[in-house]
Each structure stands twice: as C-alpha cells, then as structure tokens.
Design a protein around this ligand. Structure first.
Ligand SMILES: Nc1ncnc2c1ncn2[C@@H]1O[C@H](COP(=O)(O)OP(=O)(O)OP(=O)(O)O)[C@@H](O)[C@H]1O
Ligand SMILES: [Mg+2]
Length: 210
C-alpha cells in the first residue's frame, strides 16, 4: 500500500507541535507505521540549514532557495522512501509554509515558489494538511509564555496577518486536501476533533489501497 502524507501547518504558536504526538499515537494504534518529522529539517543537513534559516539574516530569495534545498534533501532521504514503504509520514510544516511565510509574509512571488515546488516535489503533495487556525493575538499570547523567539517569530503582527491570510489562500487552491481546526479551542476539544477526522481519513486511505 502507498503511504499517507500528513502535514501540519499554521502560524507560530498555533498548536502544531502540541498535537503531533497524539496524531502519531492515533495512526499507530490503527496499525500504521509512522515517521514523524519537521520542516525545515528532518535530515542532518536539513537541520543544519534550519539552524541557519532561523538565525541568520538573509535575502528572501536565499531564504526561499534554502527552504527548498532543505526540502529536497528531506524528500529524497526521508519522506519519499517512507511513503514508498507504506508508512504514514507526519511533518510539522511543509510547502504551504513557504507559500505562507516567504510568499505571504515576505511578498516573495508565488509563481517562483510554484516553479521550485514542481522542480523539488514533482508529483509529491500531502494527502492531508491540518491547518491550525488561530487569531494572531491568541498565538502571540501563547508564544509570550513559551521559549525564546527565532528570526520568524520576531516579525511584527502585520507579517503574521499576511501569513495567516496566505494559509487561507492555500486552502482555496486545494480545499479537499485541508482540514482546518479552530485552534483557539482548548487542547482536549481539538484532540477530539482530530481523532474523529483522522479515523475517517485513515479508513478512506485503507479502503482505497485495497
Ligand atoms: N489549544 C491551546 N490552548 C492553550 N494553549 C495552547 C493550545 N495549543 C497550544 N498551546 C500552547 O501554546 C504554545 C505554542 O504551542 P505549539 O508549540 O504547539 O505551537 P506551534 O504551532 O508548534 O508553534 P511553532 O510554529 O512556533 O512551533 C505552547 O506553550 C502550547 O502549550
Ligand atoms: Mg512547533
């Protein structure tokens, strides 16, 4: 059976990392092998690029190219082999984040992102993208309470408004791929919604694979 590719998206502080472990458990308890990973990152080289991307200031062109360089390595070394062997891959961010942060946040042209996407991913697209959607004030308040901020997290609120709007624009390009969760709800509510949704998606996936 072909694997299943799940990506988690949303602005910083939306709640992606809070739910990834639970999603993994749900997949595993229904008998699937899971690879959990993140972007930028997921391989030693891509993690080194991540460290640079989150710290060093650079032109947005360089930033976008490095994101896709990290992604290329991640796909070839981790994502594609796992999917080819029938596993479920859950990635904390993927290409929608490039459209949202570099495209929406930094005004990098979407048509250039599309060229890189086609080059690096060829036919690969997530089967399911969970968008953790939350008002900016809520996400900001959560981040205030947590760890030190990286280069992206230090951007102003207009930047994050554009990122959130760009995520919504992504949904309209491929609505069937996305599941939007209202991430301002308490964690247990979100977990329950995700559990119900994932059960249906995995059953569909298994049915299609038979
Ligand atoms: N539904 C929620 N209600 C209250 N607090 C939450 C909720 N979801 C997440 N948080 C808290 O908000 C903070 C950020 O959450 P989390 O790290 O999951 O976000 P993230 O989307 O992974 O952010 P980043 O993109 O920066 O990695 C954490 O302290 C987390 O405990
Ligand atoms: Mg996170």
């Amino acid at each position: 059976m072909k694997g299943f590719f799940i990506t988690l998206e949303g602005v910083d502080g939306a709640g992606k990392s809070s739910h990834i472990g639970h999603l993994r458990q749900l997949c595993e308890s229904s008998g699937h092998e899971v690879v959990m990973t993140r972007e930028p990152g997921g391989t030693p080289l891509s993690e080194a690029l991540r460290a640079m991307l989150l710290k060093e200031s650079m032109h947005m062109e360089t930033e976008t190219l490095l994101m896709f360089a990290a992604r290329q390595e991640h796909i070839l070394s981790v994502i594609a082999p796992a999917l080819a062997s029938g596993k479920i891959v859950i990635s904390d961010r993927f290409t929608d984040a490039t459209y949202a942060y570099q495209g929406g946040g930094r005004h990098f042209p979407a048509d250039k992102i599309r060229i890189l996407e086609e080059w690096v991913q060829q036919q690969l697209q997530p089967d399911l993208t969970i968008l953790f959607d939350v008002p900016l004030e809520v996400a900001r308040e959560r981040l205030e309470k947590s760890r030190e901020r990286d280069r992206f997290e230090r951007e102003d609120s207009e930047f994050f408004e554009r990122v959130r709007a760009a995520y919504h624009a992504r949904v309209s390009t491929d609505p069937k791929r996305f599941y939007i969760v209202d991430s301002s709800q308490p964690k247990p509510e979100i977990a329950l919604q995700l559990q119900k949704m994932l059960k249906v998606k995995l059953a569909q996936h298994v049915a299609q694979g038979l």
